[in-house]
Design a protein around this ligand. Sequence first.
Ligand code: PMP
Length: 381
Amino acid sequence: MIYLDHAAATPVSAKALKAMEPYFATEFFNPSAAYLPAKKVAADYEAAKDTIAHAVGAKGTDLVITAGATEANNLAFTAVAQHNYGKDEVLYLETEHDSVRAVAQRYGGKAIRVLSSGLINLNDLKTKITDETKLISVSLANNELGTIQPLAEVAAIIKEIKIDRYKRGIKKPLYLHSDASQALNLLDINVARLGVDMLTISSAKIYGPKGIGALYVSHGVKLSPLTLGGGQEKGLRSGTENVPGVIGFATAAKEAKEHLNGNRKKYKDLKRILLSGLQGYELINKKHTLDNFIVLCYNGVDAERLIYLLEDREIYVATGAACAASKGQKSHVLTAIGLNNSQIAGSLRLTLGETNTAEQIHEAARIINETVAAERKRING
Ligand code: PMP
């Protein structure tokens, strides 16, 4: 099999799997229990949170552990529900993952436009910020195109607005949240350098277990819990801690840091091999994109059919976000960057990862070329 869908899921690394194992059966204790073995588990849990936080230049105490990126994104938006300074407005980038879009829309959020490059339209951002704006959500890297947003520039705009508000005696806070789920193992992330108030990270895309993620929350940001109960995670996320999950996430986060430069070089090389080996395509995500993301358009061909035809040859690719694909919806991301219906229908997302080798990529290029050529022949009768 040649797996080219690492943006949808990554296998758990051998190290992460091994690190997690003891916490399922022998070190199973509830971290909140009073006896010594449980206190040791609690200490391991906190140390693992520190390791995860260090991967983004933060401290373990700045993180709220969640059951993945979706929950972390939802939690970030509870900053809006604090009705202490009048009406709150929310802005979000139109190409966000549905776990941001859906919750932003629930709060009546306004979409910030992107340019045809997929990058945020900073002028649109500036015109949409009002004195009521409380939260702006802009992902670090898009999950369909891999587009890396200029977050530091967004943060600089927000900083100017905050200074201006302060001078005018407006007390409403203005927060920047970013969903970095796709980027943790592909970019060198530091919360201070990015200038974010909240950052979503996820284990599932970095060779850690699924169902575990975190929200980095800077000091002073007030959130409300989505779950009430035993008061774990400083009251922001009640429920017995997922100790094996956090241990696996920490191991994967540490490995992500160690492998970052090597992997980026590897993906650049593999991308070059793939793009020079493939024929008859249009490259959609030409610039400002994660090293492992390749979005191709085969005009006039139905990419959904290509997925199934390639599956028969044991090559696994995607058309866009896995969740959107399963609902059969037209990609809001490809629409937002101005692709027409025929281009959208013909677009394939290939995401490279640690499982790939140069031999696989040569082989994949050959089989994709054959498959597309056969499809074109069939269509043209
Ligand atoms: N945000 C982004 C950018 C993603 O790619 C994903 C996963 N496709 C999510 C959020 C949701 O992650 P999860 O399903 O693990 O909660």
